[in-house]
Design a protein around this ligand. Structure first.
Ligand SMILES: [Zn+2]
Length: 210
């Protein structure tokens, strides 16, 4: 089958995301570039536990279907990111609980733990854009272009979008962000979380060659 290994890697990532509750039922979507410049993306409305590799949609950079089932309704956001940010190889978009929670509040999330540090915190909340519209792509592209170190953005009242060089990287960013948000939420309930200082940030960067 054409794009077999890309499709297999994408399905593996979806299953992994489902196992850790980043993606539930059919909410959220994951995509990756193919070797020939197209995009493999999860199909629209298919519950991930029932998905097979043939179902995965292959679209061009304008979102036109090339193969597979009807692509995710949120394909315009993915293709806008790929068209405008050539270094992005894969995208993981989730409606995970703590991402939605903070996305409803609108305040950026400070760098308060290592999970958010690796995502490029502070994590901004994009201006409102309805899912499924080209505007959802425009608002995220604008922020990612301005902040090359940033790997995760909260989508207002919606969820998060994580970018990476490949599927593992994009998944790791989404996972780290959700863990970072959950920990921050819990710390807010208990007291006043301390941000990571510039000095601490420099130490971590030096230790891990970030
Ligand atoms: Zn969404």
């Amino acid at each position: 089958m054409k794009y077999q290994s890309t499709r297999e890697q994408l399905l593996d990532t979806v299953i992994k995301a489902n196992e850790v509750d980043l993606i539930r039922m059919s909410a959220g979507n994951i995509s990756t570039r193919t070797a020939d410049g197209l995009v493999a993306i999860t199909p629209s409305g298919v519950k991930y536990r029932n998905m097979s590799i043939e179902d995965i949609s292959i679209v061009d950079l304008d979102g036109n279907l090339v193969e597979g089932l009807k692509p995710s309704s949120e394909t315009p956001m993915h293709t806008a990111i790929y068209r405008n940010l050539p270094d992005v190889g894969s995208i993981c978009h989730t409606h995970s609980t703590y991402a939605i929670t903070f996305a409803m509040l609108g305040d950026e999330i400070p760098m308060v733990n290592l999970e958010l540090l690796v995502c490029g915190a502070p994590i901004p909340v994009a201006p409102w854009a309805s899912p499924g519209t080209p505007k959802a792509g425009e608002v995220t592209v604008e922020i990612f272009k301005d902040r090359p170190e940033l790997k995760v953005i909260l989508l207002r009242k919606h969820g998060l979008v994580a970018i990476g060089a490949n599927l593992d990287h994009a998944f790791d960013m989404a996972f780290n962000a959700e863990v970072g948000f959950q920990s921050y939420y819990q710390a807010l309930l208990l007291g006043k979380p301390e941000p990571i200082t510039d000095e601490q940030f420099a130490e971590v960067k030096a230790a891990y060659n970030l």
